[in-house]
Design a protein around this ligand. Structure first.
Ligand code: 8Y4
Length: 273
């Protein structure tokens, strides 16, 4: 899943139409680099970010979904928590809603997704983007995140969304400290029995910056390392900026992981993880 930000801070050169055209070009380049899904996002979810009105999010996102749909069959996901944005995006040909609120912010979102028979990513976040990084605390991190995802999956199914259309995501960086992020990546296996594909978003995030003491532009190696570990631990979809580089690393990692193991002299095979 390639990240396509359409917030003004990330893209704008002033003109609305030219912004949208540049974003479509960027999305097509992500697809050419091997992305199976393009994740279009018009609302900044940075810690403390102000909410964006639905009309503004629609102005940013819909022309880009339109343009991508015209030029490519790539799966399109739209990063939104708002039913009005989702409805317009799905009408324009989007396939998946990537909802960082996991259906907690807009009571009409689940119905819109059910009606369209669209895909849905349910992500864990403690609190809201405004509050999530204020001293996040967990009694039992893995049990809490797993329980959250299980209950949000039930909520989606109650609203008429097929379980088979849902993907789950532990929400790296959303109301988590460094150690929480590392534990969630390392213990992705605890989410396997929820029976749904797992999405992992580590690309360029601040936990990498903290480990490497590196600014945003110098986090590629850390992004690749975390993506590879994530896949080894069971991630199915990686939300990334650097599609070509991460994709090539994952191909090598998967070839190694999937090679037939050579038994020892007693005929035994054991992986030490
Ligand atoms: C540099 C670049 C530093 C990006 C921070 C960031 C996820 C997500 C985001 C995720 C799913 C972000 C919309 C935060 N993260 N959706 N969205 N999973 N499903 N920050 O992990 O990329 S936005």
């Amino acid at each position: 899943m390639g990240i396509l930000n359409v917030t003004p801070d990330s893209f704008s050169d002033g003109g609305l139409l030219r912004d949208a055209e540049a974003a479509v070009e960027r999305g097509l380049a992500l697809a050419a680099d091997g992305a199976d899904i393009i994740d279009v996002g018009g609302e900044s979810t940075r810690p403390g970010a102000e909410p964006v009105p639905a009309e503004e999010e629609i102005r940013r996102v819909i022309p880009v979904v339109d343009g991508l749909r015209k030029h490519s069959k790539v799966l399109i996901s739209v990063d939104t928590t708002k039913s009005q944005v989702a409805r317009r995006a799905l009408d324009a040909g989007a396939d998946i809603i990537n909802d960082v609120s996991a259906l907690r912010f807009d009571p009409d979102l689940a119905g819109v997704i059910a009606e369209a028979r669209a895909g849905l990513v349910l992500m864990n976040m403690k609190g809201t983007p405004r509050t999530m990084q204020a001293a996040p605390f967990y009694e039992d991190l893995l049990a809490e995140v797993r329980g959250f995802l299980e209950s949000r999956l039930r909520e989606a199914v109650s609203a008429g969304i097929a379980a088979e259309s849902v993907l789950l995501d532990p929400g790296i960086g959303f109301g988590k400290r460094l150690e929480h992020n590392l534990t969630l990546i390392n213990r992705l296996d605890v989410f396997a029995d929820l029976g749904r594909p797992l999405v992992l978003g580590t690309s360029r995030k601040s936990f990498i910056g903290k480990i490497l003491n590196a600014p945003l532009q110098e986090r590629l190696e850390g992004s690749i390392a975390s993506a590879v570990l994530g896949v080894v631990r069971g991630a199915h979809v990686l939300r990334v900026h650097d599609v070509r580089e991460v994709g090539r690393a994952i191909r090598v990692a998967e070839a190694i992981r999937d090679e037939e193991p050579e038994p020892d002299s007693k005929g035994h095979v054991r992986y030490v993880s």
